[in-house]
Write a protein that binds this ligand. Structure first.
Ligand code: NAD
Ligand code: IPM
Ligand code: MN
Length: 385
């Protein structure tokens, strides 16, 4: 029986509260796999972000990086908060920022592909969306965000004596080819295949013109059956709230556009706290990916046991799917989440956190999901025999 190591990077703000709930979900899956004599998980906590700066001086300590590189998968909460960066001093005019730790780990693990699905986690949230039910009900798209290029990693200069600062957006042909290939594999993995909608700003940016050319050529040459459309980012942002199902499929886009559009997409199911993500360095092989909710450290609600842990728990499901090939267990978690969130009319338990109009705490949501998951896993074990 194999022991697989999962590194937990709880980070700052609500990070520790939400990762703890997701860890307990993974522990349940581990217990079930252990019973089947297959594998078990061991968890290892490491520091990242603001807490890492305060304890070690660096937002990504060497030990954290090494543990992550050697792990089977990494689960992250969030980094950042108003207390960082710590005040500048004459000796340290640019004190370290928590967010740099996240950017560095993505780069050093070569996690160039970030998958952010926007799919309703249950039926009954469709009528509770801030947008009208008839507008959102058929929404089903997956943002594929390039994660190690663009403005986040281009040449940059902090404000100089003349009061000027800059960042640059750089993309190369191989960088666009490799993310396009993953988007195409993801499109083909769906039945019927999803179309790809590539989102750029090719009417203004040179990097977007390269992006559009390379996406078009890669799909034409390597995936001729995949349908491809292009959409400018400004109008895509408008369509996402006016008629989101017009974007159904794989939304392939560069780093910063993907960051912004994925937060926007969370309005459709009704909370930023619901959406998960997977950051991968390839497709098809079991990669040691990093999994995290798409939201941040929500400092104003940290420590109150009211944060929604579902984005993190669904990220744990993605971890099982992409890093361990445990598709049935991943689906079991997704079903358990649906059961907890749905109302009685849909056979659910109607248990939700505050920002979704409920009154359940973070730990109550976690407990309810684990109870429903235990039933799902029992079903799986019965089917095994
Ligand atoms: P945020 O995502 O932390 O919060 C935005 C809003 O959504 C807030 O109202 C917050 O309360 C709410 N929210 C977020 N997650 C929630 C959850 N799980 N349950 C309930 N409500 C939730 O964005 P922000 O306020 O702009 O940023 C706060 C800090 O987080 C900043 O330091 C930022 O750099 C950092 N950040 C980190 C990550 C990450 O670690 N991946 C992502 C985004 C932002
Ligand atoms: C995210 C976050 C990060 C990003 C920040 C905190 C570096 O907003 O994961 O979406 O911009 O990628
Ligand atoms: Mn973001």
């Amino acid at each position: 029986m194999k022991t697989e190591t999962i590194v937990l990077l709880k980070g700052d703000g609500i990070g520790p509260e939400i990762v703890t709930e997701a860890q307990k979900v993974l522990q349940l899956v581990s217990d079930a796999r252990k019973e089947a004599n297959d594998m078990e998980f061991e968890f290892k906590d490491e520091l990242i972000g603001g807490i890492a700066i305060d304890q070690t001086g660096s937002p990504l300590p060497e030990q954290t990086l090494n543990s992550c590189l050697n792990a089977s998968a990494v689960l992250l909460g969030a980094v950042g908060g108003p207390q960082w960066p710590r005040p500048a001093t004459p000796e340290n005019p640019h004190p370290p920022r928590p967010e740099q730790g996240l950017l560095d780990i993505r780069k050093k693990m070569n996690l160039f592909c970030n998958i952010r699905p926007c799919i309703f986690p249950c039926e009954s949230l469709k009528s509770k969306s801030p947008l009208k039910e008839e507008i959102v009900k058929d929404t089903e798209f997956i943002v594929v965000r390039e994660l190690t290029g663009g403005a986040y990693f281009g040449k940059r200069e902090e404000e100089n004596a003349e009061g000027v600062a800059y960042d640059t957006i750089i993309y190369s042909v191989p960088e666009v080819q490799r993310i396009t290939r993953i988007a195409a594999q993801l499109a083909l993995a769906h039945n019927p295949p999803y179309p790809i909608i590539s989102i750029d700003k090719a009417n203004v940016l040179a990097s977007s013109r390269l992006w559009r050319r390379v996406v078009t050529e890669t799909i034409q040459k390597e995936f001729p059956t995949v349908k491809l459309q292009h959409q400018l980012v400004d109008s895509a942002a408008m369509i996402m709230v006016k008629n989101p199902s017009a974007l159904n499929g794989v939304l392939l886009t560069e780093n910063m556009f993907g960051d912004i559009l994925s937060d926007e997409s969370s309005v459709i199911p009704g909370s930023l706290g619901l959406l998960p993500s997977a950051s991968l360095n390839g497709w098809g092989k079991e990669s040691n990916g990093l999994y995290e909710p798409i939201h941040g450290s929500a400092p104003e609600i940290a420590g109150q046991n009211i944060a929604n842990p579902i984005g993190t728990i669904l990220s744990a499901a993605m971890l099982l799917r992409y890093s361990f090939g445990l598709e049935r267990e991943a689906k079991a978690i997704e079903k358990a989440v649906a059961k907890v969130l749905d109302d009685e009319e849909h056979g659910g338990l109607n248990v939700r956190t505050k920002e979704l109009g409920g009154n359940a705490t973070t730990t109550e949501i976690g407990d309810a999901i684990r109870k429903a998951l235990a039933d799902e896993l029992n079903q799986l074990n019965i089917e095994d025999f």
